[in-house]
Every structure is written in C-alpha cells, then in structure tokens.
Design a binder for this molecule. Sequence first.
Ligand code: IPD
Ligand code: CA
Ligand code: CA
Ligand code: CA
Length: 271
Amino acid sequence: RQAGAVPNDDLLRIARSVAEEAGALAARLRREGVEVAATKSSPIDIVTRADRAAEDLIRGRLAELRPDDGFLGEESGGASGTSGLTWVVDPIDGTVNYLYDLPNWSVSVAVVEGDPDPSTWTALAGAVAAPALGDLYTASAGGGAHLHDRPLQVREPVALDRALVSTGFHYTQEIRSNQARVAGPLLARVRDLRRAGGAAIDLAYVAAGRTDAYFEQGLNPWDQAAGALLVREAGGVVTGLADERPSSRMVLAGAAPVVEELRDLLAELGA
Ligand code: IPD
Ligand code: CA
Ligand code: CA
Ligand code: CA
C-alpha cells in the first residue's frame, strides 16, 4: 500500500457508517412497501428500488470520503481507483428475505487491497449491518471481529456429525441442481442444515458462534467480502475446495477442523 496509508480503524469507521446509513435507508423504504423493480440472471433473481438506492447512497458517500479508491458494487458495477484499495459493496444481501419481510438481510461493505477478487485480495475492514435483526457486525484486519461492542469467536470445533451447517442456493438452475444433489446426502452427515441467508449474515453467524460452519457455491465478491473477514478475525478459516482459496466456485467457513471435514465430504459428494 502507498506511503501514508490509512489505518484499518479509519477504514472500519467509514465502512460501519455507510453500512449503517444504507441499512437505515433500506429499512425505511421497506416500511413504505416493496416491489420487484427488475429481474437479473433468472426470474427469481430480483432487484428492488431499495437495492439501487442503498448502493447509490454508499457509492456517493465513498466518492466524497475516499475519492481515490476503487468501487465494486452488485447493482452499479465497478470503477478502478489509484490507491490500491477497493470498496466491495452488497447494498442489500438477502433481497429475497427483504422482499418477504424476513429479517435476515444486511448491507455488506468491505474495503480490500489488491484486485477485487476474493481468491487474491486482502480484506482490511468490513461491516455487515442487519437493521431488521438489530445486529451490526464489524471487523478489521488484526483488530478482531465484533457484534456491536462484543468481541466474536467462532464455536469450539465439533465433529461434523454434530455440526450445525448453513448454506445458500444460487439463482441459476445450473448451480442449484448441483447444490440440491449435494444437500441430500450431506443432511445425513451433519447435525442439521440451515438456509437463513443472506451470505453475509450466514458468515457473520459463523463468526458469532451461532453456527458451526457455512458453505456456498456461486458467491460473488460482494456476498463474501465483509463476512469472510469477520470469520477470520473471529478465529475461523475461510477456504475453497481442496487447497483452493475462496472463490465463486466455493466458499467454506468455520473453525479449521470443521472446515477440513466438511471440505473432504463436499469433495467426496462431488460438489
Ligand atoms: C444472495 C444471498 C443468498 C445467497 C445467494 C446470494 P443477494 O445475494 O446472499 O443468501 O444464497 O447466493 O446471491 O442477491 O440477496 O444480494
Ligand atoms: Ca448478495
Ligand atoms: Ca444484493
Ligand atoms: Ca442480488
């Protein structure tokens, strides 16, 4: 990073404030009512006006506060910067939950160093604001992970057959059919499966010790950026399959021994 680099604490303050502000906006818009504005990769892959409004707000704030940084957001795409840092933003993660007024949706904001690619970047700070749950998760590299002021720690490792494992399902049938094929036999080998969503909260729950592990195929960079940092800063690991780093192919998270067992089983099941 350039000389005079910003401390991670300062980046975290920005991540937290824009995530909270966008969360409050989305919560207010939700009370006014919600409609599907458009669909994307498939008829069930929806976007609402709140997804767009939240991303516009965050992008605008960051342009004022950090004009030299790059940006990558789900709804408005990317722009490169000159600082070597990129803000990776999911304005509403869990849009289907948001549509149905289920509380597990969040605003996920992270800042990463290097190319905005989960298999190579270094995440410096991140925030996951979940206003309908009243939860605000934050993490900075080397500074730990917190739920509000409470430091987070992943659960003590357990054998996979005693593990509560969460996962999510992709919007496209191609990936979904693979996920469905794996979920059946997996269910017989774990304590139980959860599909709460969105990915950022699923990862935050691993960091907070609310689940033992999480895995998902087909995630985008913005789904995982802040949540993966939360897990790592809470003492867990985030990997891909075999010896791969996390990527769109697969993300696994949890305490190291649980992830190892889950990764082997997913490979055996041909995930
Ligand atoms: C989705 C959610 C969901 C996960 C999908 C994501 P979105 O993001 O995180 O839980 O299973 O893979 O695409 O579209 O609600 O931001
Ligand atoms: Ca998402
Ligand atoms: Ca989203
Ligand atoms: Ca989406």
